[in-house]
Design a binder for this molecule. Structure first.
Ligand SMILES: [Zn+2]
Length: 326
């Protein structure tokens, strides 16, 4: 099977996950490229956008709203100076394919990424040009390049690593440009309200795949222009055996576990007939806790792995309250 054929297989496998979008923070000036970028290999990717703003209080309980999962491959953002150094004076980025974020596109240019100890050919260049060069790699890419790059949200280049880029006309040394893009989640204000989350906070997302994984400390970005999605890189996607149609579920309180433990009842929503049941994310359900939970009746949904004491199980049983694990 040729490399091109392998790419097509991967593209077909993940096509359902790739909304060909690029997302970003409109005001922060940083935009992440997600999806549409299974350009080089199935083993690298990036995603993520601007830095979070102030953290908001978190709850232990969330609606089990399905979160689409989107994957992207390694890619490069260039400045005009870097573009012309790599491809000649007056070089421009031609649009090969539009990405979902208006104005963003997969360009007709590719570059080689090199370090003193390794190289990666054919990294996609996204357009339009930006004010800073940013090289978004996976951990696997960094191993190949023997590069120590930090995990950062797109746009945060603090501590970013140095790499050299090579185009058809020359080389460009990108100082402090290479990062492993941090996963993150996007949603609209309405979706955020439904999930009980806010811009800037971090959450835990359970990826419901054949090899389920809980990603912790996932920053949330809320914008009217976004749509609900979690963005992973290909290392993460491969690690959890991600396949088309898989979705994630918000299950936990990412940045405020102490608050959750201290006040687990605070976030229990009032029962509403048409509201989706929240997923309860607590390690251990005691008899007393079970007595509280049966008050809402119906079905009680726990995150997978939640332990119910025998007496708690009896409480649910005798109250005829169904228990589910997701
Ligand atoms: Zn993103």
């Amino acid at each position: 099977m040729t490399a091109a054929e392998i790419r097509e297989v991967v593209r077909a496998t993940l096509s359902g996950l790739l909304s060909a979008n690029v997302d970003g923070a409109s005001s922060g000036g940083t935009v992440c490229a997600v999806g549409a970028l299974l350009a080089a290999t199935p083993s690298s990717a990036t995603s993520s956008c601007a830095t979070p703003s102030s953290a908001a209080p978190l709850s232990t309980l969330h609606s089990p709203l399905s979160i689409p999962l989107e994957v992207s491959a390694r890619h490069v953002h260039l400045t005009q100076t870097a573009l012309e150094t790599l491809f000649g004076a007056g070089a421009e980025l031609g649009q090969k394919r539009a990405l979902s974020q208006p104005g963003e596109f997969l360009s007709d240019k590719r570059v080689k990424i090199t370090t003193p100890d390794g190289e990666i050919h054919g990294a996609a260049v996204l357009g339009p040009v930006r004010s800073a060069v940013q090289v978004e790699l996976s951990q696997s890419d960094c191993r190949k390049l023997k590069l120590d790059a930090p995990v950062r949200l797109s746009g945060d280049l603090s501590g970013a690593a140095d790499v050299t880029l090579q185009g058809t006309a020359g080389k460009y040394t990108a100082h402090g440009a290479a990062i492993i893009a941090k996963n993150h989640m996007h949603c609209t204000p309405a979706e955020a309200a439904r999930l009980g989350i806010a811009d800037g906070q971090s959450v835990n997302v359970r990826v419901n795949t054949a090899r389920p994984v809980i990603f912790e400390d996932v920053p949330v970005r809320v914008r009217e222009t976004f749509s609900l999605a979690m963005h992973l890189d290909t290392d993460e996607a491969n690690a959890c055996a991600l396949a088309a149609g898989n979705v994630g579920t918000l299950i936990d309180c990412g940045t405020a576990p102490a608050q959750c433990a201290a006040n687990p009842d605070a976030a229990i929503p009032s029962p509403a007939a048409n509201e989706p049941k929240p997923i309860i994310c607590e390690k251990l359900i005691s008899e007393n806790r079970a007595k509280e939970l049966i008050k809402s009746g119906g079905t009680v949904i726990f995150a997978a792995g939640t332990i119910l004491t025998p007496s708690a199980k009896d409480i649910f049983l005798h109250a005829h309250v169904r228990v589910e694990f997701v």
